[in-house]
Design a protein. Structure first.
Length: 337
């Protein structure tokens, strides 16, 4: 326990120092300021990742302070190594689409590519200031970096939907994960053929969890989420099932509960399959509610063994995308990179 606290304190101290602008790190530094190719802090909060044609596309909430306060923004970044990200633009700059009033909400955007229509389909949580609307919004583009045109909003499967997540199975089928407060749990539902609607309930997991994420690894499905404490971190948990439709085990902690997920909240699980190994990456947000634009990302390779999912203490790490092998390194001085 003491050891854990000491290494976590070292982590906090280490990552309070920003990476210098000219550093070209090979590693991912969880919790550090993460800059794009322009030297600007990446704005992809509550995000999602689409792997398409050999590159990764990261979309998320763009909370840049100079944004028009009447609009809500989604930004997109691309990368071939998951470390260096090229800004591809604000792919959505949306004015209040449903007369939601001031302080309306667009959160947790997730991007899908539909192989049948060729279109890129962006889902996001759409809400009013009091989070009563509880719908998903959908926007579409012919090009991955947009611009995206707003199409509609709805309640998936006629259920209230707040935090959303995405999951693409190995056979390419696409699912939306959404939290439904009245039913005290979250749904995993398959998208329609054109991805423009949510068609079929595959699983309902009776556990009131947000930030839902799913990965299929080594014959097991892992569903992960956070408890409902708003922007405040809490011990995130996971369950497993032999099939996406269950039966799901009880939920267990992904890290020692006193670590509070190292101040992060789950957003996405990404599977990277290489020639030698398959790695599962935990992608979370370290929210700063007063300065949301300065919220950080906590990405770490998960340690999965025999159906047990473990989030290690944050430390710089590397991934070799060809082999799929991740290496967690002891904290080093980032200015020496
Ligand atoms: C969190 C949720 C975030 C945001 C926040 C608002 O629980 O995961 O996406 O909605 O609450 O308080």
């Amino acid at each position: 326990m003491k050891k854990l606290l000491v290494s976590f304190a070292a982590f906090l101290l280490f990552f309070s120092i920003a990476l210098p602008a000219n550093a070209a790190p090979k590693q991912i530094f969880p919790g550090a300021v993460w800059k794009d190719n322009r030297g600007q802090q990446i704005q992809a909060h509550g995000g999602g990742i689409l792997h398409w044609k050999g590159a990764y596309y990261w979309v998320g909430e763009d909370r840049t302070p100079s944004n028009d306060p009447e609009k809500r923004y989604v930004s997109c970044y691309s990368s071939k190594d998951l470390v260096h990200w090229t800004f591809r633009g604000q792919i959505l700059a949306l004015s209040d689409p449903e007369h939601l009033g001031s302080h309306w909400v667009l959160e947790r955007p997730k991007l899908f590519h539909n192989p049948r229509t060729g279109k890129f389909v962006l889902y996001f949580h759409l809400d009013d200031a009091r989070y009563k609307l509880a719908r998903v919004g959908v926007a579409v583009s012919d090009r991955i970096a947009g611009p995206y045109a707003y199409v509609k909003s709805f309640r998936p499967l006629d259920q209230e939907s707040r935090d959303i997540g995405q999951f693409i199975d190995d056979d390419g089928s696409a699912y939306l994960i959404f939290e439904s407060r009245p039913t005290h749990g979250f749904f995993i539902a398959q998208l329609s053929d054109d991805y423009m609607s949510v068609e079929k309930q595959v699983s309902f997991i009776r556990a009131p969890l947000e930030g839902g994420a799913v990965v299929h690894y080594n014959g097991l499905y892992y569903a992960l989420g956070s408890h409902m404490t708003g922007w405040r971190p809490n011990p995130n948990v996971y369950a497993t099932a032999p099939s996406l439709s269950g039966p799901w085990t009880e939920f267990k902690d992904i890290a020692p509960p006193e670590a509070n997920t190292y101040q992060a909240q789950s957003a996405m699980l990404l599977k990277v399959t290489g020639s030698k190994a398959t790695s599962v990456l935990f992608m979370g947000d370290i929210w700063k509610p007063g300065t949301l634009w300065d919220s950080r990302y906590l990405w770490m390779p998960a340690q999965i063994d025999n159906g047990e999912f473990h989030l290690p203490v944050p430390s710089p790490w590397l991934i070799n995308l060809k082999s799929g092998i991740t290496t967690i390194e002891p904290a080093a001085n980032p200015s020496q990179q």
